[in-house]
Each structure stands twice: as structure tokens, then as C-alpha cells.
Design a binder for this molecule. Structure first.
Ligand SMILES: [Zn+2]
Length: 120
């Protein structure tokens, strides 16, 4: 990949990282600024559901943030764009759709097949 392409993907990842950081900040602010007094048990159950969903989303966001940071390091190290399993280039189209991809489409398919097979 040439420096121009690397810059392009770096920018894409940084944008993604920034918007994730903003979202995380907003969600936290909301939790603190809206203490709720819910007398109804159903409301409490719904609130508990919401909280769990929010935690799950937050957890996924945190993982994605880590993944993006790892990927940015790869760009700096010149390791970006290669499959971690077979070391072939991942392909620009796939990276455009998913800049944090670290497996080529063949290895990804294989991994998903194995996950299905072994109940992942
Ligand atoms: Zn591969």
C-alpha cells in the first residue's frame, strides 16, 4: 500500500475513533445527569434492561476502540493491510468496508465456518 492509501485509511480510523469517543462520553454524561426514581416495578425492569443493553453496547464500543488503536499502530509499523493468518494482502475493497479487518476474506470465511461447526 502506498503512503497515500495508508493516510486515507488512517484518517478513516481516526474519524471512527473520534465519533466513538464522543458517543461514550455522551452516554456517561446521561447516566450521571439523570438519576431516576421509578416506583413502578415494570419500569424498573425496563430500566434494568436498558442499562444492560447500554453496558453491552459500551463494552462493544470499548473493544472496537481498542481494535482501532491496534490497527492505527499497524499503520505506523507498516503492517497494515495484511492478513494475520496467511499474510496475504487483505484487499482494498474489504478494508474500505471494514478498515479494522485483520483477516483476508478467505481466512474470515474459514474462521466463520469453523465457528459455526464448533458451536462458536
Ligand atoms: Zn488470509
Amino acid at each position: 500500500m502506498n503512503p497515500e492509501q495508508l493516510n486515507y485509511f488512517r484518517q478513516m480510523l481516526v474519524d471512527q475513533l473520534n465519533s466513538l469517543d464522543e458517543n461514550a462520553g455522551n452516554a456517561q454524561g446521561k447516566l450521571i445527569s439523570e438519576p431516576k426514581n421509578l416506583p413502578d416495578e415494570l419500569d424498573q425492569a425496563a430500566e434494568e434492561d436498558n442499562r444492560r443493553t447500554e453496558l453491552r453496547i459500551r463494552d462493544r464500543e470499548r473493544k472496537l476502540i481498542n481494535k482501532i488503536k491496534e490497527t492505527l499502530e499497524k499503520i505506523e509499523n507498516g503492517e497494515y493491510g495484511y492478513c494475520k493468518s496467511c499474510s496475504y494482502p487483505i484487499g482494498k475493497a474489504r478494508l474500505e468496508a471494514r478498515p479494522t479487518a485483520d483477516l483476508c476474506i478467505n481466512c474470515k470465511d474459514l474462521e466463520e465456518q469453523e465457528e459455526r461447526q464448533f458451536g462458536g
